[in-house]
Design a protein around this ligand. Structure first.
Ligand SMILES: [Zn+2]
Length: 154
């Protein structure tokens, strides 16, 4: 998990490998496949988390809405740093997609305020960086009407 990438993310070699996606045996990072209502990277569709892992949809980041997830997969984390958030001081690290290296959000390592401790170990994903289950339904074909109130897009 201590695989560090530069802030700018992608290297030319990882882009090269991206082309080989779906080929079966790839000399790339092991990618976990999720099942269910999947949230995935908007750029490369790597699976990141499930709607059942959403803890809260009422988070905000510089760019708008963000969701708090109890667990995420297929991500690498940056260096831990102290950041002042609206809810107090937190030790956080950025989260990057393993597929394309784009930054997806951040993870809370430590919350200094007692009332914020529930966030420790959880991850915030910026909504516009990820594709939700309702959008992916459109890619497959939208014969199924959306029943849930999950389609809360910006
Ligand atoms: Zn990606």
């Amino acid at each position: 998990m201590v695989f560090r990438e530069r802030k700018s993310g992608r290297t030319s070699s990882s882009l090269e490998r991206e082309k080989g996606r779906g080929g079966g045996e790839m000399g790339r990072l092991f990618v976990v496949t999720l099942e269910g209502k999947i949230y995935s990277c908007k750029h490369c569709r790597t699976h990141i988390s499930l709607s059942e892992d959403i803890v809260s949809k009422s988070f905000h980041c510089r760019h708008g809405k963000a969701y708090l997830f109890s667990k995420v997969v297929n991500v690498t984390v940056g260096e831990i740093e102290e950041r002042m958030m609206m809810t107090g001081m937190h030790a956080v690290c950025d989260i990057f997609c393993v597929g394309c290296g784009s930054i997806l959000g951040w993870k809370y390592e430590t919350a200094h305020e007692k009332s914020q401790k529930y966030k420790e170990g959880k991850s915030v994903l910026e909504r516009f960086k990820i594709s939700g289950p309702d959008e992916s339904r459109y890619w497959v074909g939208h014969e199924t009407p959306i029943g849930s109130s999950d389609a809360d897009d910006v």
